[in-house]
Design a binder for this molecule. Structure first.
Ligand code: FAD
Length: 276
């Protein structure tokens, strides 16, 4: 037992608050997501053993969310635990330290950051606190649309898809059934396109296995984008190929259109109303 503990100690570099405060140069990284950890890893590579520098990364979470795999939670392929990586795993053998705390305020004049774990001074500050999903102030959007940014969002989406298929199974009215089987994705950028493909695939090849009598039911997955083409940040050829592939799979693509509002049983766009 003891050798294992000793080995783990030698793999991690730990540091007290006091030794951070007394270092010649204190680099404070706010956020240990993709950006914050990349900065910490790069700085670690560049530090010489003799440097009197201390690097501290602060994050409210113990784990880093690996967003590129979030879709695997939405389609039931994995659980939320499989799309996060413990932040301290990155610390092994490296010269940066981690404080698990909520960042509350930054005092630029005093060069100090207040956290739920106490204040920390800095000489160099790296701010990598991520982003919020921009939710436009459209009628009904907050009440009826689902966001997709966190493992909780992915689980909520998965549950919604399961509930929608169950509801489609239970209703007799074909119009109502079509509404339950219609899914609108707002945004035709990377994440929107990925989501549209996942929703379509999960329903057709996943959920419909449990409801084989629904296999011929008319599933509609519609992706709506404001730009004139999907993936507007990519080159036009990629946009064209992606659109072609989506349409071949039976996914409807509406570009050059905005979502203008969401109701309980419909999504309004600048050109049409989609019962959903
Ligand atoms: C569904 C989805 C799929 C994506 N897929 C891809 C992809 O395939 N490829 C790609 O390149 N990019 C992808 N992205 C984008 C990518 O996730 C972001 O570009 C990246 O996470 C940004 O890194 P960041 O360090 O700025 O922010 P984040 O990675 O979000 O890190 C911010 C960190 O700050 C912490 N934090 C925030 N506020 C506080 C506070 N007050 N106190 C303490 N801690 C705080 C958070 O806990 C978090 O750990 C995807 C995004 C989403 C939502």
């Amino acid at each position: 037992m003891r050798p294992r503990v000793d080995k783990r100690r030698s793999e991690h570099v730990s540091q007290s608050e006091e030794s951070y405060r007394s270092a010649g140069t204190r680099i404070l990284i706010l956020g240990a997501g993709f950006g914050g950890l990349a900065a910490a890893l790069k700085l670690d590579q560049q530090l010489r053993p003799s440097d009197d520098t201390s690097i501290l990364a602060v994050d409210r979470n113990n784990d880093m969310l690996f967003t590129p795999l979030l879709w695997t939670v939405a389609n039931g392929r994995t659980s939320p635990n499989n799309v996060v990586v413990p932040i301290r795993d990155f610390q092994k053998g490296r010269r940066f330290h981690v404080l698990h705390a909520e960042i509350e305020s930054i005092d630029l004049d005093r060069k100090e950051v207040r956290t739920s774990g106490g204040s920390r001074p800095y000489d160099i500050l790296v701010i990598a606190l991520g982003s919020h999903t921009a939710v436009p102030d459209l009628p009904g959007l907050r009440e009826h649309a689902l966001p997709f940014h966190t493992p909780a969002d992915a689980l909520q989406l998965r549950n919604h898809l399961i509930d929608a298929i169950e509801a489609a199974h239970q209703v007799d009215d074909p119009v109502e059934r079509q509404e339950w089987l219609t899914f609108v994705v707002g945004g035709a950028g990377d994440t929107g396109i990925e989501l549209a493909a996942i929703i379509h695939d999960y329903i057709i090849t996943g959920l419909f296995k449990e409801y084989p009598w629904l296999a011929d039911a008319p599933v509609r997955v519609v992706v709506v984008g404001r730009a004139e083409r999907v993936l507007p940040m990519s080159d036009p050829r990629t946009s064209h190929l992606v659109r072609q592939t989506l349409e071949q799979e039976g996914i409807e693509v509406l570009t050059g259109r905005s979502i203008t509002g969401v109701e309980e049983t419909a999504v309004k766009t600048s050109s049409e109303v989609i019962p959903a």
